[in-house]
Design a binder for this molecule. Structure first.
Ligand SMILES: Nc1ncnc2c1ncn2[C@@H]1O[C@H](COP(=O)(O)OP(=O)(O)OP(=O)(O)O)[C@@H](O)[C@H]1O
Length: 287
């Protein structure tokens, strides 16, 4: 039995002629402890996919199963790290993370909870800012708090919706390593949504492209058989990595071109119905 399973999942938005099927017939199985990355174009339905797995949205057709049971709503067993840091503006860093820890570890003593918060804040190098409000932090710092908050709850599954896309290369690299460390140490299951193929190869066991919508479906999967821990710089000289990267990029370029040519080839035909009425032949006389 797969840990997470999507069976023939479809999701539409809107009604009547404005209805758009964003995801169509998605089938996906993720094993316990696996790290899967979905790469896709902007607007292809990646967030919708994460929302369906987290339980924030329900599919129109098909089923989303977690440990064999249908997902009926959100749960802290499946922690989501969102693209846009969603912190409570009136709480400082300590309390933003603390609230999540309290929710996930209701029976933990106050002292242990406090220690856990401090350890996780330390992990993303935010200890000096622990008493600051979100408005006093930079965008990158806020995103780090958001990542910390999700990880501090120790979810069984870490669902990541482009969590690092707005960060500078250094912070991004550090957080990639922190997420990998927690995934590996605590034997988590992870699903990363990204538009960065290199990030996917660095982190995941499998990469699956999401074909652009409407009616987005999953493309062929690419297994990443590179040893861990993976070093970004060393990977650049690794033949297996180069081959894999080229293969995925070629596939994405090809489906991107198909999407563009579909758009270009949509023509509105001119009205060519005759405007002049001819007399029937019988009325023409020959002399
Ligand atoms: N609640 C909603 N109501 C109506 N349309 C929606 C809703 N959520 C998403 N959509 C539409 O579904 C499509 C896919 O959106 P989604 O956010 O899943 O894409 P995405 O791949 O995550 O995009 P991005 O890379 O820009 O974050 C878009 O066309 C979007 O407008």
């Amino acid at each position: 039995m797969a840990y997470i399973e999507l069976r023939n999942v479809s999701k539409s938005f809107g009604t009547g002629k404005d209805r758009t099927e964003v995801l169509s017939n998605i089938n996906l199985e993720i094993e316990e402890g696996e790290f899967v990355a979905i790469v896709g174009f902007t607007g292809s339905g990646k967030t919708t996919l994460i929302n369906l797995i987290s339980g924030l949205m329900m599919p129109d057709e098909g089923q989303v199963l977690f440990k064999g049971e249908p997902v009926t709503g959100p749960s802290h067993e499946r922690g989501v790290i969102f693209q846009n840091y969603s912190l409570l503006p009136w709480l400082n860093v300590r309390n933003n993370v603390g609230m999540a820890v309290k929710e996930a570890f209701k029976k933990m003593t106050k002292k242990d909870r406090s220690k856990r918060v401090e350890d996780y804040v330390e992990m993303v190098n935010l200890s000096p800012a622990i008493n600051k409000l979100p408005k006093e932090l930079s965008g990158g710092m806020r995103q780090r708090v958001s990542v910390t908050r999700a990880l501090s709850m120790s979810p069984d599954v870490i669902l990541m919706d482009e969590p690092l896309s707005a960060l500078d290369a250094l912070t991004r690299g550090n957080l990639q390593q922190e997420i990998l460390k927690i995934w590996n140490q605590d034997k988590k299951t992870a699903l990363l949504i990204t538009n960065d193929v290199d990030e996917g190869i660095l982190m995941a066991d499998r990469i699956i492209p999401l074909k652009p919508g409407p009616k987005a479906t999953l493309g062929p999967e690419y297994k990443i058989n590179l040893d861990r821990p993976r070093d970004k710089t060393a990977l650049n000289h690794n033949e297996e990595y180069k081959k894999l990267r080229n293969g995925i990029m070629e596939y994405l370029i090809q489906i991107g071109e198909q999407r563009a040519s579909k758009k270009e080839n949509t023509y509105t035909l001119p009205d060519i119905s005759p405007k002049i009425r001819f007399k029937p032949f019988s009325k023409i006389s020959f002399s």
